[in-house]
Design a protein around this ligand. Sequence first.
Ligand code: KG4
Ligand code: ZN
Length: 358
Amino acid sequence: MIIMGIETSCDDTGISIIEAKGRKSPSFRILANNIASQIEIHQKYGGVYPNMAKREHETNLPIVVSKALKKAKLDPLHPALDALAITYGPGLSPCLWAGLNKAQELTKQWNVPLIPTNHMEGHLLISLFLGSPKRGLGIPKPRLGNILPALALLVSGGHTQLIFVSALGKYKLLGETRDDAAGECFDKTARVLGLPYPGGPAISQQAQLCETNIYKLRLPRPMISTKDYDFSFSGLKTAVLYDWKSRSKKVRESTVYTQEMAKEIQKAIIEVLVQKTLKAAHRYSAKAIILGGGVGANKLLRNTLLKETKKFGMRFLVAPPEFCTDNGAMIAVAGYATWLRSGFKKHKHIEAQPNLSL
Ligand code: KG4
Ligand code: ZN
């Protein structure tokens, strides 16, 4: 089955075309994966403004769709697609609507069925089906029986969730953030330090450059030892802000302070994520840990989870970094899984659902 995935839930316009096969152990081939990023525009404002992002999606969508069709060598007017998968939530309402409106227009124009898809399931499934700790997509192809039950850590700009995956489509939310998401914490603390948006890559880059330990910074590890599987990251942002405010202008603007703070921020966030993920994986006897979402692109998080899972003989599945951040391929993959579960349904009108849960 040839599926086009359309992703516009935040600030990336992602279009991908994939070939999907099989039922019990599905396999995928990516024929095209095109993205128009709005980072440069949102960098000026230090974050994403939904209505501005929506306008950008509307401008970018036709261009990225054409590019993807060309890359996949499909007819631009009558592409031989079997389905179109679209993110209908969770995400920023105006952005979701931009994608939904375009998708509904294209399904009519091309006469193909539309599959409404959950963005978080996309993050989970692209790592489950196409992830391996090494670079490259889908090698080796995992057999579902060797992976499930699994524990998924989904970490993005809007979500931080621990999910027990007992079977394809059977998800149980074990815990989530009570305030800011992990990605949001990276973004907000980066802003305090005067680093660009998005904060995750900027903090991780600064942390890697750090070779000193002059300020002996020690941030809290919020909720690291609580019995539940919830998270809280807003206190971390406050702690960074207090420390930053207590420093002189000269220190605040120094490279050494910025790098040491970036290193400690990254360490604090990752220690909490890893400890809670491992605790849940043991408690639920998971065969594998699946890492998904934009923060999953973080090298230290990937390396730490790889090392820890090896110790306990668990598998570790994570998509390559560029498929952890938002993209159309994850939506096409989740669209295929949705179709496997429930086939094509007739949808008269699909509404955007900004708070959709798994
Ligand atoms: O999944 P995603 O692309 O969009 C949402 O669904 O929110 O995640 C974006 C988030 C941002 O907060 C960004 O700072 C973070 O992922 N991120 C990272 C890295 N790359 C992106 N965080 C830490 N390290 C990274 N390398
Ligand atoms: Zn996302």
